[in-house]
Design a protein around this ligand. Structure first.
Ligand code: CMC
Length: 444
């Protein structure tokens, strides 16, 4: 229960309310402070709960737990709103510049021209990998999953730049952030080249971020890849749409690892591992596999919907549903509209897009999905755009990781700027054996 009282504003965008929540347990009352965020979300502060009462809060999956205060990204899942530093995601459609969005997320405001220029120059300077790092790729089997390579190589970066792994001041941090954001793209492209048995293509300092990535992916030593501006814009927008999503699984992982004071590179390498899972970033691969199965005649759209509703099937409609969105994922809305545009401009007809549209139509009018408020998420249409621009399926989740990196960097920085940061250490409710005695093996 809440006790209403006057609010007191403190700090940027936060209001500490004099109202409290009262917990009554075994007849005893405990007063818990209540916090209100800039957009009116209310959080009951349980930091002193155990000290006061001896009990803890139980919240598997953390669906009701605010793990931090953050000023980076705002989501209203009921209304389908997503904003970066206050700017609605849709407003980036006409300004598809991933690097500008990355700077915004990390440093809290849109950059001035000289700031953007400096950051872009840092990205250019730091695009090549240390020559010794190239040999590491040879140690992986040719068919190694690119997400495993990405995570391992991000960690390896800190071995080559040990001093940058320490967080000293904003300027040093900017260099570390630029190195990471720039090199991740080189690592991603090299892991693809390795899997194809093709020579590594060095980054070209004359090219912008996304164009340079496409060049490293698709140029040949004897044949320069021609960059289509439409494709470059589509890639910028795709990365922007993935750039941050507040305290999702991989970002929470980055913060969890970072809370032990592990360096930025190690924390982001852990984020890649969390993103890899099919319920998170890996869903973009699963969606295409599902659509492809339907296309090849292995499954009808109607059967797919039926399977997704059957709890015993173990099958889910991939690219549908979200922990936070109980309405259209605004990223899916943007990507869906961009799909039509990009495919039309590139003169591509992808039958998987027709199948995706059909599945969406069937799901949206089905009471199972309506009652559970399951809508297409970011992964439902993103694979169609990636296919159109020539990205191979096993690189899809890597693309998500390149896009998400500025968000991880921003969240890591915000965490480390926060004087109240503590190591993340949840508790548990133990349900195992009570005290039992050790039995020597001979007597078991
Ligand atoms: N297909 C069929 N049923 C579903 C689906 C789905 N895609 N998603 C949720 N449900 C059902 C679920 O079985 C449950 O039913 P019931 O109430 O009868 O037990 C109900 O909807 C609520 O779902 P939940 O499992 O409690 O939801 P969650 O918040 O724990 O999980 C999710 C969210 C995204 C993991 C889940 O919706 C899912 O597995 N979706 C498919 C995978 C996917 O597309 N993941 C990408 C997420 S967006 C990108 C990202 O952030 O990584």
């Amino acid at each position: 229960m809440y006790d209403e009282a006057e609010n007191i504003t403190f700090g940027k965008g936060m209001t500490k309310m004099t109202r409290t929540a009262t917990l009554i347990l075994d007849g005893k009352k405990y007063e818990l402070p209540v916090h209100e965020g800039a957009e009116g979300e209310i959080g009951i502060d349980i930091t002193q709960l155990r000290a006061m009462s001896g009990v803890i809060a139980y919240d598997p999956g953390y669906a009701n737990t605010g793990s931090c205060k953050s000023a980076i990204t705002f989501i209203d899942g009921e209304k389908g709103i997503l904003r970066y530093r206050g700017i609605p995601i849709e407003q980036f459609i006409d300004y598809p510049n991933f690097i500008e969005a990355a700077w915004l997320l990390i440093f809290g405001r849109l950059p001035q021209k000289p700031e953007l220029r400096r950051f872009s120059e840092l990205l250019t300077v730091h695009a090549p990998l240390h020559e010794a790092m190239k040999h590491h790729f040879e140690g992986f089997p040719v068919n190694a999953p690119p997400m495993a390579i990405l995570s391992a190589m991000i960690n390896t970066l800190s071995c080559f730049d040990e001093h940058l792994a320490r967080f000293e001041d904003d300027e040093k941090f900017e260099v570390a952030a630029a190195k990471l954001i720039s090199k991740v793209r080189t690592i991603a492209a090299y892991s693809y080249r390795r899997s194809m048995g093709q020579p590594f293509i060095y980054p070209d300092p004359k090219l912008r971020y996304c164009a340079n990535f496409l060049h490293m992916m698709f140029s040949m030593p004897y044949d320069q890849y021609v960059i289509d501006p439409e494709v470059e814009d589509a890639l910028n927008l795709l990365f922007i749409l993935h750039a941050d999503h507040e305290q999702n699984c991989s970002t929470s992982t980055v913060r969890m690892v970072g809370s032990s004071r592990a360096n930025l590179f190690a924390s982001c390498a852990a984020g890649v591992c969390a993103l890899w899972g099919p319920l998170h970033g890996g869903a973009n691969v699963a969606v295409i596999e599902m659509l492809d199965q339907i296309h090849k005649g292995g499954l009808k759209p109607e059967e797919c919907i039926k399977l997704a509703k059957d709890k015993n099937s173990g099958f889910k409609l991939m690219g549908f549903g979200h922990r936070i969105y109980k309405n259209f994922d605004p990223r899916a809305r943007v990507i869906k509209s961009q799909c039509d545009k990009v495919l039309y401009k590139l003169g591509i007809h992808d039958p998987l897009l027709d199948i995706a549209r059909k599945l969406e139509e069937l799901a949206l009018k089905d009471p199972y999905f309506a009652e559970r408020k399951l809508y297409p998420n970011v992964d439902f249409y993103s694979g169609i755009i990636m296919r159109a621009i020539g990205i191979p399926l096993d690189m899809f989740t890597v693309m998500f990781a390149i896009g998400r990196l500025p968000g991880w960097v921003a969240q890591w920085k915000e965490q480390h700027d926060d004087d109240t940061m503590r190591i993340a250490r949840p508790r548990q409710i133990y349900i195992g054996e009570r005290k039992t005695d050790y039995t020597p093996i001979i007597n078991r």
